[in-house]
Design a protein around this ligand. Structure first.
Ligand code: SF4
Length: 700
């Protein structure tokens, strides 16, 4: 790869995962984009994974949506947005504000998210705005709020360098957050004494260099960490001084002791080895991700982990703490501006009257809803029931990526009025839209994102917006103006939006909340443009550090909360008809439903077609040979996938990636097999413990 032309080099961030790597972009001399890792960015120090390295191959205009479209015909912005504003206003006038909804995405920049949230919650008067981040980290948000009083990641990436033990649970970091995994491996070369434990039902790539792999039964994480808490207590390792700052200790221990460890499926020796390692190491970071979150008991799993760290005071200091890694590039930014149906902007609570009044006054909003809106699964259920009359979907593909996807597709197809903002009209969801709005894509848009360790980074435009494409914040603000909300949406630039949002965060700070970036509220346009990666909080007296080592939490009594949790089996039960436990996930070189990564030939070379991992014993018992096609059925749907026979998966379990969904693989839509069951606290779907049957595929 050639060096970028330094006179044109622009620093930005990768649009894929929550590691939030910095990139340096420049022309490649052939009309394309040269992409390199940003050596000065604290998330990656110049490293990039295969997806980040191939970014330059994904920016062609092939298949781009270049003009607004209404009922399949190109039109102008005034006509398209006028129709959107009229249809939303009519639905609200006739059926009330809860008859409309926005379904947004962790791909949005923070400024886009902020305007969408302000429009829906402050002016339309409904909280029906939810995000595909609900599928990614909602259980962590709920678990953090239970334990800490706010949704706060206590630590930083530097803790991975300083830890003596790193535990990955429900996280295939090697494939899903590769640069963080590379960071751990590089550090282990310098500090070979650092240990790595992987807790995962599958023997994933993250296990290859691990000191210990615990192939836990799907969904048994609560029992595993409850066993750890009981062991901590048995060994006299409760930090009694720190426990003064924590409530619920006795109840959590009692619940932990009552759990049956046999549900983990792990041998006594393996359990003893893990518990001895954890208990015997002060500096432990427990990283968790989708394997914990995507569960009907995801919130309890998060709290089973935080309980162990709170009990031992292993939180908020260098080299230790519970650490959630987010899936999407701006899942964290969306959380910060209230992109979830149950949150208000800046980590304030929609159900708190003082918070509502403060935000309402700040926005001069006519109304703020008093209750949470519909979370993702419930939102599409309401669409299917005809309760949502107008739906705006931005940068996500729920027709194939939601659980029970075939029903979701039917629901969207039957909705009275559907708007989709995207860079392409080729997604399954875009094909169902009455109005298609061409959005600017990565490399063309400007704003900020926040990564897993709270670093706010700039995404900068390096390419011109093609055709009539416009930023999402602009589209939302225009509709707000056309709906009669006037000056509240009179933004000229993302910098203006960011300043408003930073000023609003000062209100959250005033309520004693952690999230406060009011130190950035007076940035000039030039300073915003030049903003260096900055970890929040950023306000007077607070600067980007760790949280909670001082024993001060954001709960009403200021104490951390240990939460009594007990193991519950996955919601879907295996039975004679559906004897397999179906796990879904990602592969190393693809992202979401492949709308971008499929454009890079070298990424398709890694794993070129949809597949299903089957244990050799299960394959042979069913007459499934290597590379044969397999019919996978569940109570919710059917898929045809290529067999990958491997002992990396346990007998009785199967795994399939969720990426292949489009016209190139319509029979491989794995989310159609996933039941729409959710965690009762977080609303996050259980995407890793569906039930299914497999048999050789026979063409009709
Ligand atoms: Fe992009 Fe994530 Fe890879 Fe970094 S690790 S380059 S953010 S996909």
């Amino acid at each position: 790869m050639k060096a970028p032309n330094s006179t044109c080099a622009i620093r930005s961030t990768c649009p894929y995962c929550g590691v939030g790597c910095g990139v340096v972009l420049g022309p490649d001399g052939q009309g394309g984009l040269d992409v390199r890792g940003d050596k000065s960015h604290p998330a990656n120090f110049g490293r990039l994974c295969s997806k980040g390295t191939a970014l330059g191959e994904t920016v062609s205009l092939d298949g781009r949506l270049l003009a607004p479209r209404v009922h399949g015909e190109d039109t102008d912005w005034d006509s398209a947005l006028g129709l959107v504003a009229r249809k939303f206003s009519e639905a609200i006038a006739e059926h009330g504000p809860d008859s409309v909804a926005f379904y947004v995405s962790g791909q949005l920049l923070t400024e886009d998210y902020y305007v969408a949230n302000k429009l829906m919650k402050g002016f339309i008067g409904s909280a029906n705005i939810d995000t595909n981040s609900r599928l990614c980290m909602a259980s962590t948000v709920a678990g953090h709020k239970r334990a800490f009083g706010t949704d706060t990641v206590p630590g930083t990436y530097e803790d991975l360098d300083e830890a003596d033990l790193i535990v990955l649970t429900g996280s295939n970091l090697a494939w899903c957050h590769p640069v963080l995994y590379q960071r751990i491996l590089a550090n282990r070369k310098k500090r070979p004494e650092q240990k790595l434990v992987v807790i995962d039902p599958r023997r994933t790539a993250s296990c290859d260099l691990a000191d210990l792999h615990l192939p836990v039964k799907p969904g048994a994480d609560v029992a595993l960490f409850n066993g750890l808490l009981a062991e901590i207590e048995k060994r006299g390792l409760i930090d009694r001084e720190f426990a003064e700052h924590v409530t619920g200790l006795d109840e959590a221990i009692e619940a932990a002791k009552a759990d049956d460890l046999s549900v983990t499926g792990l041998s006594d020796d393996l359990l003893a080895e893990f518990y001895a390692l954890w208990c015997g190491t002060e500096k432990v970071v427990t990283i968790f991700s989708q394997g914990v979150n995507q569960s009907s008991s995801g919130t309890d799993k998060v709290n089973a982990i935080t309980n162990c760290h709170l009990a031992t005071g292993r939180i908020g200091r260098a080299g230790l703490g519970p650490f959630s890694v987010t899936g999407q590039p701006n899942a964290m930014g969306g959380r910060e501006v209230g992109g979830l149906a149950n949150m208000l902007a800046c980590h304030l609570d929609i159900e708190n009257g003082d918070h509502r009044k403060a935000v309402g006054d700040f926005w001069s909003a006519p109304v703020i809803p008093e209750q949470a809106g519909l979370k993702a699964v419930d939102m599409f259920r309401a669409v299917g029931e005809g309760k949502i009359k107008a739906l705006w979907i931005l940068h996500t593909n729920p027709a194939v990526s939601m659980p029970d996807a075939d029903k979701v597709r039917e629901a969207i197809a039957g909705c009275d009025f559907v708007v989709v903002s995207d860079i392409t009209e080729a997604t399954d969801t875009a094909r169902l839209a009455h109005v298609l709005l061409p959005a600017t894509g990565w490399g063309e848009k400007s704003g900020t994102v926040t990564n897993s360790d709270r670093i706010i980074s700039r995404q900068r435009a390096v390419l011109p917006a093609p055709g009539e494409a416009r930023p999402d914040w602009w589209q939302l603000a225009e509709v707000g103006r056309l709906m009669g909300y006037g000056g509240a949406f009179d933004y000229a630039s993302p910098a203006e939006i960011f300043r408003e949002y930073a000023a609003l965060s000062g209100i959250a700070g005033g309520f004693g909340k952690d999230f406060d970036i009011s130190g950035l509220k007076d940035l000039s346009d030039a300073e915003y443009d030049a903003l260096e990666p900055t970890r929040w909080p950023v306000s007077e007296g607070k600067q980007g550090g760790r949280f909670f080592a001082d024993g001060k939490f954001f709960t009403p009594d200021g104490k951390g909360r240990m939460w009594p949790v007990s193991w519950k089996p996955p919601a879907s039960k295996t039975e004679l008809r559906y004897p397999f436990r179906l796990n879904t996930g990602r592969v190393r070189d693809q992202w979401h439903t492949m709308t971008r990564t499929a454009r890079a030939p070298r990424l398709n070379a890694h794993l070129g077609e949809p597949f299903i991992e089957i244990h050799p014993d299960d394959a042979s018992a069913r007459g499934i040979g290597p590379t044969s096609l397999v019919e996978v059925t569940s109570p919710n749907g059917k898929a045809i996938l290529r067999a990958m026979i491997t002992d990396r998966i346990a007998p009785g379990e199967i795994f399939a990636p969720m990426h292949w969904t489009g016209e190139n693989a319509p029979a491989a839509r794995i989310d159609a097999l996933v039941a729409p069951v959710t965690d009762p606290v977080s609303g996050q779907p259980e995407s890793k413990a569906a039930v299914a049957q497999i048999k050789p595929f026979e063409a009709a």
